[in-house]
Write a protein that binds this ligand. Structure first.
Ligand code: ADP
Ligand code: MG
Length: 197
């Protein structure tokens, strides 16, 4: 079982490409949780994902409205931002559990804050500013919770590599780093997902 991958992006466009690469692998019922500080690039990632799912309207952070719903070409997408919610109770009162809809793809900004309310199988995407260049560099890590997400990540990886390579001026070689190969960071979840039954 892979622990996940880390990728460094050097522009918002690269982060959109990562979101877009994930899009073809998503099916209704899938849950993607995004974590990272304000301004990390969670919404930018969702913009890439949404565009690749055929959502052409403006995708913005649902920070004040909490929930945005988009009609993708194939599936509905529910985009939630729980930043403004102060307590679990507020998140539950919002009807969060009903948002986990087998007929839609759910994307949650600040999903780490509501991790206990997420299903046992989901994709965790963590975005943080790069240390060398905090303005334009981001370290995006993908952690699968459940073997199916691990397989989806394996499918996404070559697509993302190819698209990132095509978008860059010069080839920089593979960008995905296996998280098992990097020193563990104490602030990244390393829980092994439960066996799929
Ligand atoms: P969040 O939703 O995490 O609060 P946003 O996606 O709204 O953050 O904003 C990310 C900001 O960071 C945008 O202004 C974007 O232009 C900027 N940015 C700079 N470099 C990157 C990068 N490599 N990836 C994503 N966003 C980046
Ligand atoms: Mg946002």
């Amino acid at each position: 079982m892979i622990r996940g991958y880390a990728v460094v992006t050097r522009s918002p466009e690269d982060t959109r490409i990562l979101g877009a690469s994930l899009a073809p692998l998503l099916v209704p019922g899938d849950v993607v949780s995004l974590s990272g500080d304000l301004g990390a690039g969670k919404t930018v990632f969702v913009q890439g994902l949404a565009a690749a799912l055929g959502i052409h309207g403006q995708v913005t952070s649902p920070t004040f409205t909490i929930v945005h719903q988009y009609e993708g070409q194939r599936y509905p997408i529910v985009h939630v931002d729980v930043y403004r919610l102060n307590s679990f109770q507020e998140v539950i009162d919002l009807g969060f559990e009903e948002l986990i809809d087998p007929g839609a793809i759910l994307v949650v900004e600040w999903g780490d804050a509501v991790a206990p309310l997420l299903p046992s199988r989901y994709l965790e995407v963590d975005i943080r500013r790069g240390q060398a260049s905090p303005d334009d560099e981001r370290e995006v890590s993908f952690c699968p919770h459940g073997p199916r997400w691990a397989r989806k990540l394996e499918g996404m990886r070559p697509v993302a590599e190819a698209l990132l390579d095509a978008a860059s001026e010069r080839s920089v070689g593979p960008r995905f780093v296996n998280l098992a190969d990097v020193a563990p960071r104490d602030d990244v979840a390393t829980n092994q997902p439960p066996a799929e039954g």
